[in-house]
Design a protein around this ligand. Structure first.
Ligand SMILES: [Zn+2]
Length: 233
């Protein structure tokens, strides 16, 4: 199976669904991790272009931990608009990667890059199937099953499906720790220790479903996406 996980920023997937991605990878599935935005505003003093390159490398390092492919749409932070050009970029990503399953940000998350990328990924996953809508790669033959990952700190998100990530929690920590540029920044700007933040949510989601550590998801339930199969590991 091919799993395409789309995050808004370079560290979002590591924070919100990397345990599940690590399990997929362990089971021999192909995992593609895409950060739509390049993360160029995520620091006090590192200049934008330099930060963009640093964060690209950090995302690649994190993906390498589980042997996943790392891609980006290279959109500047807070430069996300629900417009044709961006949807076509996302459409091309989906056509190129040919996923059997897409994991995307929650439409109710805390900041615009997350909520808008959620919408754009959903729209593009339908657009990707339309033969007359031309992009570089030929159309994808599947209206892809689509899951929303948790929100930051789990606020405003009630999971419908849980994945037990107890066996891969150390891998998830290692992936998140690859985002070295964010550790100090998030301590000062957001008043959080990023690793502790992730563990707290994983423990809380675990408590909700009777395991030590878990990740929560919500399937996108619209016509054409519903299925009888459990897709998550
Ligand atoms: Zn983010």
């Amino acid at each position: 199976m091919r799993v395409l996980a789309i995050g808004a920023h370079p560290d979002d997937l590591e924070l919100l669904c990397a345990g599940t991605l690590a399990k997929y990878a362990n089971q021999g599935h192909q995992v593609i991790m895409c950060h739509a935005c390049n993360g160029n505003l995520g620091h006090f003093e590192i200049p934008r272009n330099e930060l963009r390159d640093i964060r690209r490398q950090e995302a690649q390092n994190a993906a390498a931990v589980i042997g996943a492919e790392s891609l980006t749409l290279d959109i500047a932070d807070l430069d996300v608009y629900v417009e044709r050009e961006t949807k076509e970029k996302m459409t091309e990503l989906i056509r190129k990667t040919k996923p059997d399953l897409i994991i995307a940000p929650s439409p109710d998350d805390y900041m615009p890059d997350h909520t808008l990328i959620s919408r754009i990924a959903f729209d593009a996953s339908f657009m990707a199937t339309l033969p007359q809508l031309a992009t570089e790669t030929e159309c994808h033959h599947l209206i892809t099953p689509f899951y929303y990952m948790d929100t930051l700190a789990g606020v405003n998100f009630q999971p419908e499906v849980y994945v037990d990530i107890t066996e891969v929690i150390e891998i998830k920590k290692r992936m998140l720790a690859c985002h070295k540029s964010q550790t100090q920044w998030l301590k000062h700007h957001d008043k959080i220790d990023i690793i502790e933040f992730m563990i707290t949510v994983a423990r809380f989601r675990g408590l909700q479903c009777g395991v030590q550590y878990a990740e929560g998801f919500k399937p996108c339930r619209v016509w054409g996406r519903n299925t009888t199969k459990r897709w998550l590991p």
